[in-house]
Design a protein around this ligand. Structure first.
Ligand code: ZN
Length: 368
């Protein structure tokens, strides 16, 4: 990854930043989303719209506030599993082409509001497939929503297909079918492959290695949720497979040996601080290992994971790190810069975004 342009470093260092100035910078800075679940990005307003269009939905007729109470996790819960319960409240609404397309379109609209240049949206098409709505159509609907969003709001997007652990939730055949679908759509809207975790233990990540390697051969970028909760061996498995990025990686705080290895390889960690708070993986923003990782030279990007479910946006995450984890203006810009260069895009496209980023970041530093 190229170093951040020295002119941006100097511009960020040149002045004394007040907390208000850093908040303005968090909002104005061009940003990217590298770890954003499409099915976790729905606002209560969008859920209400979908519920009111579905005569069978138990959420039909509820107010936005009543829906918010059911689908937004705004306080820490005991575990990842307890957070995933919030998804179950609205998930049945996502199994139509209109709903999938709308969710992708609305996600891009939200990104534009936050000065996000590009968003990678991840999801597992087999979870949204239904009778008469096969996973190819789930993917096609999501890609239509991203495309329409780009035309209307100027924010580009790409899809990352999430394989799912464990096989007791999504079986081997469905995972194989999703991996095949991702490879077929490589370069046609799908940019990467992920392994997400339904929170119930099960197979090791290494069981998914073959599918990830096939994805790589088809030209996809690779990431994996690993080390989010204290289960052994996940980071090691991800490294063995050769992923480009790791989602969460919280257990790295106890493993300086693995941090060193990630630094050596240039593997990027996708950091989602509020998500880690709400699942109980970290106690506070101040305690989040991202500060120590950055100081150890680990490449990190900042994302929201599930902005709808957590009731947050990406500006909130940048603000939280500046307010509670001591991130300076220069370090905020660096996080966003790392994001641009971590995207699963051809080199020429990344370079193009980096030029836009540089101009936008200079202006944001100037006026914040
Ligand atoms: Zn995630």
């Amino acid at each position: 990854m190229p170093d951040m342009p020295p002119a941006l470093r100097e511009a960020a260092r040149r002045r004394r930043w007040t907390p208000e100035g850093l908040s303005r910078l968090a909002a104005a800075l061009p940003k990217v989303e590298t770890h954003l679940h499409l099915d976790g990005a729905l606002s209560p307003e969008t859920v209400r719209r979908l519920a009111d269009a579905d005569p069978r939905s138990p959420l039909r007729g509820l107010s936005v506030e009543e829906i918010r109470r059911k689908v937004v996790v705004d306080q820490p819960r005991a575990s990842l599993g307890a957070v995933l319960d919030a998804f179950h409240a609205y998930y049945p609404l996502l199994r139509t082409a209109e709903a999938v397309e709308l969710s992708a379109y609305e996600m891009i609209r939200e990104c534009a509001r936050q000065n996000i240049l590009h968003a990678e949206a991840r999801f597992a098409p087999s979870l949204q497939a239904a009778e008469g709505f096969p996973m190819e159509e789930v993917l096609a609907a999501a890609l239509r929503g991203l495309k329409r969003g780009e035309e209307d709001f100027g924010v580009s997007g790409g899809a990352i297909i999430c394989l799912l652990r464990p096989f007791s939730v999504v079986d081997r055949d469905a995972n194989a079918a999703m991996a095949g679908l991702a490879a077929r759509f490589a370069g046609r809207g799908v940019v990467g492959l992920d392994v997400a975790d339904a929170g119930a233990g099960g197979e090791r990540l290494s069981e998914y290695g073959r599918w990830l390697r096939d994805g790589r051969a088809a030209g996809l970028g690779l990431t994996a949720h690993a080390g989010e909760s204290p289960r052994g061996g996940e980071i090691e498995d991800a490294l063995e497979i050769g992923v480009d990025r790791i989602g969460h990686g919280i257990i790295l705080r106890e493993r300086p040996d693995l941090v060193k290895e990630l630094v050596r390889r240039g593997t990027v960690v996708e950091v989602n601080p509020t998500s880690n708070l709400r699942t109980g993986a970290v106690a506070s923003y101040r305690d989040h290992p991202v500060r120590a990782w950055r100081d150890a030279g680990l490449l990190t990007t900042l994302s929201t994971d599930d902005p709808g479910v957590f009731g947050i946006d990406l500006v909130h995450e940048y603000e939280a790190l500046s307010r509670d984890a001591g991130f300076s203006a220069e370090e905020l810009v660096e996080l966003a810069w790392n994001g641009v260069w971590s995207l699963f895009l051809p080199e020429a496209r990344r370079r193009e975004l980096a030029v836009r980023f540089e101009l936008g970041a200079a202006a944001a530093l100037d006026k914040s």
